[in-house]
Design a protein around this ligand. Sequence first.
Ligand SMILES: Cc1ncc(COP(=O)(O)O)c(C=O)c1O
Length: 424
Amino acid sequence: MSYENSLEFAQRMDADDPLRSYRDQFHIPKINGREAYYFVGNSLGLQPKSARSFVEQELSDWENYAVEGHFKGAERPWMYYHKFLKESLAKLVGAKPMEVVSMNQLTVNLHLLMVSFYRPTEGRYKIIAESGAFPSDQYMFESQIKHHGLNPDEVLIELKPREGENNLRTEDILSAISEAGDQLAVVFLSGVQYYTGQFFDIPTITKAGHEAGAYVGWDLAHAMGNLPLHLHDWGVDFATWCSYKYLNSGPGNVSGIFVHERFAHDKSIPRFAGWWGHNEDTRFQMTKGFDPMPGADGWQVSNVNVLSSAAHLASLEIFDEVGMEALREKSLKLTGYMEFLIQELSGDDDIFEVLTPSDPTQRGCQLSIFFHQNGRALFDELTEKGVLADWREPNVIRVAPVPLYNSFEDVYQFVHILKTALTP
Ligand SMILES: Cc1ncc(COP(=O)(O)O)c(C=O)c1O
């Protein structure tokens, strides 16, 4: 793709964009009375305009039917609400509907899945993770390991990029896996690294983990709704994600899990159980003895948070309509355009560097820009001038042009504002 550094070019790209009308389906926040250049969909996605009516529907069913809304009267009976989300989630992660379910929140799900898949023995107890994993994942590892009476220093193998590099090489991950060999219990990485934006080679790493006899799981917080995924075909054992970033479902909204079909009927897998994971045919007989539902449903613990799931459903309808392939096609162009403009801006000066891999197959929407100095002041100036981006210590600005609602003009204007801010 050949790009040009001009507003006319950006506007031409927008005019030719088959997804351009989707921007109108979202509320775009304003700064100083003008629509912001919003690049923080990797932190909190924008509100779909349809979310309100979906939530209002449930408020009105609650108003009109109260407890009866669980089974009858209501447009979408609450008892089955998680099922209305299933097909769309399955499409997004490349799974069979029975392999996914929406429930809880991400870190809670990480714990529940580790209870099932991290079952250390005397010989096989090691976990491979990233040294720069999102802190919640790090706390999860530490507490899970201690929960088993083990020492995190002896269990965790934390992978770091090579000296002078920003990203992990697949070959180094594979070497670590084969080195850990039959001591390896679990490989658990993020699909897209939150800090650098690196997209890992999920199928290759999963295959290597399995060859070593380990389970392989993924934190898809930054991958879900960002890139097409094929978890079933890739043979991934388990995964979880959140719905408030690229899935635009609202702050702190419900997470989801994937558990591969091969575990669907294995009732012997240990889990922390609750009534919503119990066989729904006998759930209301209120008897003793947990009988897990087949598939991911058997990992549910509590009943569904319907009000927030309604906003999730509103957003998933948009993904159903657009499809991840079309989103990815635009995303490659949009992030490619941002990279092109940023590289032009950087020239030979050593003001900043992009941490995210330059190979588009190794990244999603996000670019992480490391400023060698004055990053924070620059970030504050960008915000004042209408750019909403994301600041990460010590000196990184993360920007994610999201194909559902960002335009090529947004990208052009952002780099233009950055250029002005960098000019002494
Ligand atoms: C990669 C990653 N993992 C875990 C979390 C924690 O999510 P939650 O607060 O929903 O548990 C986040 C939150 O942004 C994240 O980005």
